[in-house]
Design a protein around this ligand. Structure first.
Ligand code: SAM
Length: 295
């Protein structure tokens, strides 16, 4: 059985997992990290400390961690919060995690719940989480964040590590080049802010692209008579043809260019504008404008 010693690169009192530990654990479990599941494990204690510190956790919080993997971030989170609920899709990793925590943080083992599940589908957790802190699997990062914000209203804030380009998109303001569907939908739930860039060599295996940190704080969605689904449908339609004017881009969604123009006018939005300049409240007004036309 692997001897988990480590203090590689770690200057705090509490040991974290280093490169040697991660490789030993992976070898012992006979796992080959897969791209499909976005399995890039953090091997650097300083990066873990940076993530945990940027998350701004209070000691009383319950943290939802998606994809704990071999436990690198889980250890740091248990040091900063009251409880961690870790949702992992890979049964081998999920099964091993309690053992790793029991060995590295004997006093903290009963503050961890491991849920073997797909974070895209999870509907119930053993404790309502107040924060989401995760090194997310990159190919599903945006839908995971949006789904969790929708499903768990107790989530008040969080910090996620995603592909750097995706971090820019999530935090982009209207009018910027990277502003798009993820930016507007994320803004429905929360205020997102870029919180740093992380290099490739803190992971094993090292990804080919840089990662970015995004911090968010929940806010009330725009006040509107339209449903979230209706607002999201306008957003999808507007960005499906982002180079077109809204009158043209929303023609299919509204039924005709004239109907789109009427909904836009009711919303106080120039039909010649493009979706990339509108904030989430304007999209909500357009959905409302269309609704008013139908009743
Ligand atoms: N937190 C660990 C770390 O920082 O070293 C691992 C992060 S790794 C980027 C992503 C993790 O998410 C992997 O453990 C992977 O198995 C898990 N994962 C991938 N897809 C998932 C899903 N849909 N739901 C839950 N976990 C998932």
């Amino acid at each position: 059985m692997t001897e988990l010693s480590t203090s590689e690169g770690n200057t705090s009192a509490q040991p974290l997992l280093g490169a040697g530990d991660i490789r030993r654990l992976a070898a012992e479990l006979d796992i080959r990290p897969t791209k499909t599941l976005g399995q890039n494990f953090v091997i650097d204690g300083n990066t873990i400390r940076r993530i945990v510190s940027a998350a701004g956790l209070k000691g009383s919080e319950t943290v939802l961690e998606v994809g704990p993997g071999l436990g690198s971030l889980t250890l740091g989170l248990l040091d900063a919060a009251a409880r961690v609920v870790a949702v992992e899709i890979d049964p081998v990793l999920a099964e091993r995690l309690p053992d790793t925590i029991a060995r590295m943080r004997p006093g903290a083992a009963d503050r961890l719940d491991v849920v073997l599940s797909d974070a895209m589908r999870v509907t119930e957790l053993p404790h309502p989480p107040t924060a989401l802190v995760a090194n997310l699997p990159y190919n599903v990062a945006v839908p995971v964040v949006l789904n969790l914000l929708e499903r768990f209203p107790s989530l008040d804030h969080g910090l996620v590590m995603v592909q750097d380009e995706v971090a820019d998109r999530l935090a982009a303001p209207p009018g910027s080049k990277t502003y798009g569907v993820p930016s507007v939908k994320a803004a429905w739930y929360s205020q997102m802010q870029k919180a740093g860039v992380i290099g490739m060599n803190v992971f094993w295996p090292a990804p080919k692209i840089a990662s970015g940190l995004v911090r968010f704080t929940r806010r009330e969605p725009p006040k509107t008579t339209a449903s979230r689904e209706e607002v999201f449908a306008v957003i999808d339609a507007a960005f499906a043809q982002r180079r077109k004017t809204l009158r043209a881009a929303l023609a299919g969604w509204a039924g005709s260019p004239a109907a789109a123009e009427e909904a836009l006018r009711r919303a106080g939005v120039d039909p010649r504008a493009r979706g990339e300049v509108l904030d989430v409240t304007a999209f909500a007004r357009i959905a409302e404008g269309r609704r008013a036309l139908l009743v």
